[in-house]
Write a protein that binds this ligand. Structure first.
Ligand SMILES: Cc1cc2nc3c(=O)[nH]c(=O)nc-3n(C[C@H](O)[C@H](O)[C@H](O)COP(=O)(O)OP(=O)(O)OC[C@H]3O[C@@H](n4cnc5c(N)ncnc54)[C@H](O)[C@@H]3O)c2cc1C
Ligand SMILES: *[C@@H]1O[C@H](CO)[C@@H](O)[C@H](O)[C@H]1NC(C)=O
Ligand SMILES: *[C@@H]1O[C@H](CO)[C@@H](O)[C@H](O)[C@H]1NC(C)=O
Ligand SMILES: *[C@@H]1O[C@H](CO)[C@@H](O)[C@H](O)[C@H]1NC(C)=O
Length: 585
């Protein structure tokens, strides 16, 4: 009966109308402005610290000269300045200029997005920083060329993806991270009054500042243009092998060497590993397949909401078995539809062969047709859909297998406790080649991503959160992984400077280009430079990954979560549920 009533509510025209008026179905713009300024969100509708970002003034330059004027304006008026793209898809609060004063200014690159110049002769493409990855790739492919590296998610700007070290998966050539395909980079940086308060500089490989600027989190200046190298157009041939997870960590390096674009997904609760066999093939091989990753497809609002509602119920009733059923269904359906690979309209069999542009990166939910008011990206903040954390740890390759062996020990104690990550995408394991960028990977690396439930209220502890915390601490503190700059909870960034052997070179470049620290904020100071956050209320701070617990009050003793040591990594301090409180009843 209740279900019927809910069905009725969901399908009633009134409800649809309501949704239609609050959302044009593509993702919401990150900036919401009124007379008194703007509030600014990440694409998930929340920052790591959950606090809003207020900015008194935003500008939308459309040309490089307008970017220069904006930087000059901020410099002349001594304002803190940060940049954000039209997507705002980074998770840490790096793009927020400051919360404590009105002396802040934000540049949005949303309207600086038209210039794309493909240089077929020199195999290069130059784009304005606000250009979206999809437009860039399509223009390159129209000219018969291919961009080799890109993140799997296409909802990013060229400036944003370079700035955060976005990557796909490859150890071949110079592949892996996009910034290693940079030929040149144009920055707008502050200048003395005599030079008009701001100037435009172009850096190339031979320039000593190039390795600092390649991946610079918007800390050196505003990127206005990037030039990337491209190759003759090619296709890819992809097969997934859903198989046992036995000893996959021993085969992983071999897999990376054998397949140019290989990756592996591990579903620990299901004892499954999924090998992606993925190589380039000549452009004349037949096949017009696409990879429309299932997690990035437009999803019915009804489905997203009910998944979230079910997840919430399982959380509050501590229903691990329920999560395992969902995980089994989810992994099973991914196998059936090959994760979203399509030979044509649908998946009909392996291998799927398609053009590089259609295989490397996807995000069809970004273009949810506006007439279809019933579907969005599943995490759309307007619909009370999925809400999750995303941990991304980058390991020096030789250390990665030890990490997996540790996670395995934890898994073997009770595999069902890992169903919570398998509902999402398990552990996605990818490869990044060594880079010259000071804030990039100085050696060939292995990256793991995993997502897990995030509660709607910060004070609500989560089922098995002790495990995700232990895995997080194992990765970052036991095995020396580095956090992806655009993902993760704040704890992952503790001591990050010490993990980058060339960090001081980056700092020197910043002193040179941004001597007044115009492009720094409380968050860049905290996340990138390791300055201790202003100590506010630290009650429950470990729940949201704002601290590592050392006392029970950092967890949630009133809800039965106490600060305890790790099960496998004894040095870990995690918030664990303990039934002892139940005895009081
Ligand atoms: C669903 C999803 C999937 C993802 N998949 C991947 C993946 O497969 N691989 C991967 O590596 N990452 C992935 N990411 C992370 C993604 O690559 C980053 O979030 C990306 O950098 C965001 O780009 P953006 O244009 O939205 O940048 P923003 O979030 O707008 O900005 C990111 C940072 O760059 C700075 N910045 C932006 N533009 C400029 C500019 N013009 N000049 C100077 N600084 C600038 C900002 O100040 C900020 O510090 C994913 C993210 C999501 C949400
Ligand atoms: C916002 O910035 C512009 C410069 O881009 C400036 O002309 C304008 O006065 C500023 N507005 C406020 C309210 O500070
Ligand atoms: C799948 O992977 C397993 C483990 O590496 C291997 O033994 C098996 O032959 C593979 N199957 C296919 C079809 O490639
Ligand atoms: C593709 O083109 C190459 C020459 O460029 C040729 O040798 C090859 O036979 C062609 N293959 C197919 C499948 O047409």
């Amino acid at each position: 009966m209740k279900q019927m009533r809910e069905m009725f509510i969901y399908t009633s025209p009134l409800w649809l109308l309501l949704i239609a008026t609050i959302c044009a179905m593509p993702p919401p713009p990150p900036l919401q402005c009124s007379q008194i300024g703007c509030i600014f969100y990440s694409s998930y509708g929340a920052w790591g610290d959950r606090k809003d970002c207020h900015v008194p003034n935003v500008t939308y330059p459309a040309t490089q000269e307008e970017v220069r004027q904006a930087v000059a304006y901020a410099n002349r008026n001594k304002l803190k300045l940060r940049v954000v793209s039209k997507f705002s898809h980074s998770i840490p609060k790096l793009a927020c200029p400051t919360s404590v004063s009105d002396d802040a200014f934000l540049i949005s690159s949303a309207k600086y997005d038209s210039g794309i110049h493909v240089d077929t002769e020199n195999l290069a493409v130059t784009a304005d920083a606000g250009v979206g990855l999809r437009e860039l790739i399509d223009k390159v492919e129209e000219a018969g060329l291919s961009l080799v590296a890109a993140p799997y998610w296409e909802g990013v700007s060229v400036g944003g993806l370079i700035s955060t070290g976005a990557h796909g998966s490859s150890w071949w050539g110079k592949e892996g991270a996009v910034h290693d395909h940079l030929i040149a980079l144009t920055l707008v940086v502050p200048a003395p009054a005599s030079e008009g308060y701001a100037k435009i500089i172009t850096l190339q490989a031979k320039d000593p500042l190039f390795n600092a600027a390649k991946l610079s989190l918007g800390l050196l200046g505003v990127i206005s243009k990037v030039t990337l190298s491209v190759e003759r157009g090619f296709k890819r041939s992809v097969t997934y092998n859903f198989t046992s997870d036995e000893e996959f960590e021993e085969e992983l390096m071999e897999h990376a060497r054998k397949y140019e674009f290989g990756d592996i997904t591990w579903y620990p609760s299901k004892h499954k590993a999924v090998y992606r066999y993925d190589d380039r093939v000549p452009i004349n091989v037949s096949g017009n397949g696409v990879y429309d990753f299932i997690g990035f497809q437009s999803t019915s609002i009804l489905i997203s909401k009910s998944i979230r509602a079910a997840e919430k119920t399982m959380e509050s009733t501590r229903n691990v078995k329920g999560k395992c059923i969902v995980a089994a269904t989810s992994v099973g359906s991914k196998q059936l539809v090959a994760n979203g690979l399509k030979n044509g309209l649908i998946f009909t069999g392996y291998p799927v062969v398609g053009p590089q542009a259609k295989i490397q990166t996807s995000g069809s939910c970004l273009y949810s047709p506006t007439f279809d008011v019933t579907a969005t990206c599943p995490w759309d903040p307007r619909i009370d859909g999925l809400f999750f954390y995303e941990t991304t740890a980058i390991f020096p390759a030789p250390k990665f297998a030890d990490f997996i062996r540790d996670v395995r020990k934890l898994r073997d104690q009770n595999p069902d406790n890992f169903c919570g990550v398998d509902i999402y995408n398990g552990f996605l394991i990818r490869f990044i080649k060594a880079s010259g960028a000071y804030l990039g990977q100085s050696e060939d690396s292995v990256v793991v991503d995993f997502n897990y439930y995030r509660a709607s209220e910060a004070s609500t502890p989560r089922l098995n959160q002790d495990l995700w915390e232990e895995v997080e601490q194992m990765a970052f503190f036991k095995h020396g992984a580095k956090p992806h700059w655009a993902k993760n909870r704040n704890v992952a960034f503790l001591g990050v400077q010490r993990k980058y052997p060339r960090f001081s070179k980056f700092v020197a470049a910043k002193k040179q280009l941004d001597p007044e620290n115009m492009f720094s904020s409380e968050w860049t100071d905290e996340i990138v430079f390791g300055k201790e956050a202003a100590k506010g209320e630290d009650q429950g701070c470990a729940l949201e990954g704002l601290c590592i617990c050392s006392q029970d009050r950092h967890c949630s003793p009133e809800k039965g979560y106490f600060c305890q040591q790790g099960l496998v990594y004894k040095e870990a301090r995690v918030c664990r549920y303990s039934q002892s409180t139940d005895f009081e009843f």
